[in-house]
Ligand binder design. Structure first.
Ligand code: CP
Length: 343
């Protein structure tokens, strides 16, 4: 990590990058990637989220765990689900939330990421939630903030989107039970450019999923993907056969350089998920998508809105999972376990 640099790059994500996520006691300090975290830690996140799912179902959806804490949402890239559920999660934990609009901030006048960061840090905040188009941006920020500030990666380039992956694991666990070893999970679409797929694959393998498959045209599969412990399929029907969970990915056109596909219509013709194609998956298979969905490109409306779709559950569970990660990184996990009247 080049601490003195002012702009993150892919080179910033070294093999030991995940080490900075844990403090000296092995607790979560930052949440930057699912890679390198053990199954104990991922299960702790899921179990903590379970307790917050109950809060979200109450008429008063608020607990005082992060009262007095200030959380800054720093989104350099567009977002609907992630930004709003992080904001809701922080508010339900009673934190103060600051949403920095980058398009109207001094960044648009040429201020570097590091200078933006230092100025906001001078306002005595406790956490940065960061989305950035550069892979490595969240690591860069975690390596440059004051020691008492936590950083959560809300999606960096094509590298990682760890809270999305954990809300996906939470959704799978709620629908399919705790035994990931019994599951076959098929991830379909633009794996090449997907930070979500990378974070999901790390999490699924750490949780000992029975089989993880990726299905896409050759142009959208990274050459070394098998090293991540997945089986590769180029044919959709073979790939989703007997799957318990089918995860559809968006075509990330904003990250494609050059023509990687003949057309969206051709992609839909070969890889778009329809009711008819889904018949080869297990009868109780669920269909997931991190959003935003492109109807008629990667998924047909009859599937997206159909009985097997859990797409909107994923969004709802995102609040509980983000509440869990915020509580854990700010060192309030123990207080969450105490009875409410003892706080
Ligand atoms: N899944 C996801 O990251 O969606 P947004 O881009 O809307 O945050």
């Amino acid at each position: 990590m080049a601490n003195k640099a002012s702009k993150p790059t892919d080179a910033l994500i070294g093999h030991d990058a995940w080490n900075i996520q844990l403090d000296k006691n092995g607790n979560l300090k930052h949440f930057l990637t699912t890679e390198g975290l053990g199954s104990d830690m991922l299960t702790r996140i899921l179990d903590t989220a379970e307790s917050f799912a109950n809060v979200n179902e109450k008429s008063v959806k608020k607990v005082p765990l992060l009262r007095g804490k200030t959380i800054v949402n720093l989104f350099f890239e567009a977002s609907t689900r992630t930004r709003t559920t992080f904001e809701l999660a922080a508010k339900r934990l009673s934190a103060d939330v600051l949403n920095i609009n980058i398009s109207t901030s001094a960044t648009s006048k040429g201020e570097t990421l590091l200078d933006t960061l230092k100025n906001i840090q001078a306002m005595h905040c406790d956490m940065f939630v960061v989305r950035h188009s550069d892979s490595g941006a969240a690591h860069f920020i975690a390596n440059n903030v004051a020691p008492d500030i936590s950083v959560i990666n809300a999606g960096d380039g094509s590298h990682a989107h760890p809270t999305q992956a954990m809300l996906d694991m939470f959704t799978i666990r709620r629908r399919k039970g705790h035994d990931f070893g019994a599951l076959r999970v098929a991830i379909v679409g633009d794996v090449m450019h997907s930070r979500v797929a990378r974070s999901q694959i790390h999490a699924l393998n750490t949780l000992n999923t029975g089989e993880v498959r990726v299905i896409a045209p050759r142009t959208l599969i990274p050459v070394d993907i098998e090293d991540m412990g997945v089986n590769v399929f180029y044919d959709l029907q073979n790939g989703i056969a007997d799957a318990d969970v089918v995860i559809m990915l968006r075509l990330q056109k904003e990250r494609m350089q050059g023509a990687m596909l003949p057309s969206e219509q051709e992609f839909y013709h070969l890889y778009g998920m329809t009711e008819e194609r889904l018949q080869v998956a297990r009868p109780d298979a669920i269909v997931m998508h991190p959003g935003p969905i492109n109807r008629g490109v990667e998924i047909d409306s009859s599937v997206a809105d159909g009985p097997r779709s859990v797409i909107l559950d994923q969004v709802s569970y995102g609040i509980a999972v983000r509440m869990a990660v915020m509580t854990m990184t700010l060192g309030r996990e123990k207080e969450n376990r105490e009875p409410e009247d003892a706080r």
